[in-house]
Write a protein that binds this ligand. Sequence first.
Ligand SMILES: [Zn+2]
Ligand SMILES: [Zn+2]
Length: 397
Amino acid sequence: MELEPQVSDTNQDMIICHNCGAKLTFAPGTLSLKCEFCGALNEIKIDEEAQAEAVKENDYLSALQNLSDDQLEEVHTVKCNCCGAETTFDSNVVSSKCDFCGSPIAVNQSSTAKVIKPKAILPFVVQQRDGHDLFKKWINGLWFAPGDLKKMANEQQISGVYLPYWTYDANTITDYTGRRGEDYYTKENYTDSEGHVKTRDVKHTNWYRASGRVRNSFDDIFVVGSKSLPYYYLDNLEPWNLKDLVPYDEKFLTGFKTETYSIDLKDGFQDAQKKMQDTIDESIKKDIGGDHQEIATKSIQYNDITYKHILLPVWLSAYRYNEKAYRFLINGQSGKVQGERPYSALKIAGFITAIVAVITLLIILLAFFFADTKKMYYYCTIIAYCLSKLIYKTIQP
Ligand SMILES: [Zn+2]
Ligand SMILES: [Zn+2]
C-alpha cells in the first residue's frame, strides 16, 4: 500500500501520514519516509538539479565575508552543559539524556542559532535494530570487561545522530628553504682482533643549501565540525563513500538528531591546513632530493579554496559506568564500529593471579616428578581443572 503523505517543505513537524496521522520518519537503507504506524513508504524525491548543486564546491573566501540568506538556516538546538554538544531539538525524538556523554539533559536548555546550511547529507543505511545488535556483539566480545556491562548493553539505547563535517579543496604553492644531504664513502684501514690490517667503507654526508617551490592540489580534506566526540574514534570511522551524498533535505533528518557545528568554517580550514602539512612536506623533500633532507622555512599560499558542509550518519551510544562516560559509535553507512570501554580491575587481577598460579603449578609438578608419579597425576588433574575454571571466569566478558 502506497500512501501519499502530506509533506510540507518548511516544517518537519508537518511530515505526517495522511492515512493515520502518525508521524513519518526516515527509513535507513531506503530513500523514503516510513509511517511507523501503518508502514506506508513515501519516496523522497531528489531533484537532478539539486543533486548536481549538492556536490558543487562553494568559494571559501567569499563565504567568510558574506553569506546569502539561502546559505543560512535557523535551527533550534539543545546544548548539553556537561560536554557542550549542541543538537537540533526535534519533537519527534524525545530523550532525557545526552547522546554524546550520557548525562541528564533538560529541554529548557534550548536556544536558536543561525548557521550555515548543510549542502548535502549521507542518509543512514544501517538500521537502529542492526546498530543495537552490533553494540551488543561488541560489548559481549570484550575481554576484561565488567560483568554487569553485558546486562547494561541490553538496556542501553542507541541514537541516530547526523554529525557536521566540512570538506575543503585547495591548491597550494609553497616556497621553501632547507638542506640536501648527499652521502659518500671513504676507505679506512683498521686492525681486527687478531692483529690483521683490513679496510672498510665509512659513510660521510655533504650538506648543500636547497630552496625551491612546490605545488600541491588537495581534494575533499575532511574536518569534523564537532568537539563532542574523540577525534581518534571519528577518524577510525572512515572511510565514507561520498558518492552516495544526496541534496540536504530536512526529511532525511526525521527520527534523527543533528549536531550543530561548533568548529566554524574558518577554524575548520585551520584544521584542514594541518592535515595538508604532511603532503606538502613530502613534496618538498622529493624536490630537495639527495639522501637526506632538512626543511628550514616554508611559506604556503592557499589558492582556490572551496568548501562543502555535509552531514554524516552515526549511531551513537554514550553509557556511564562508575560515573565515567564511555562512547560507542557506528558508521551509519558502512556499519564500522568504534568504542571506548571500561576494564574490570578485578578481572585483570584475577588473570594475573591465574598466571602466577600456573607458574607455581609448574614448579610443584617438577618437585612431584622427582618424587611420586602416581600422586603427581592425581594432584595435577585437580589443579589443572581448578585453574582452567579460574582462567575462564577471569577472561569471559
Ligand atoms: Zn500511517
Ligand atoms: Zn553531553
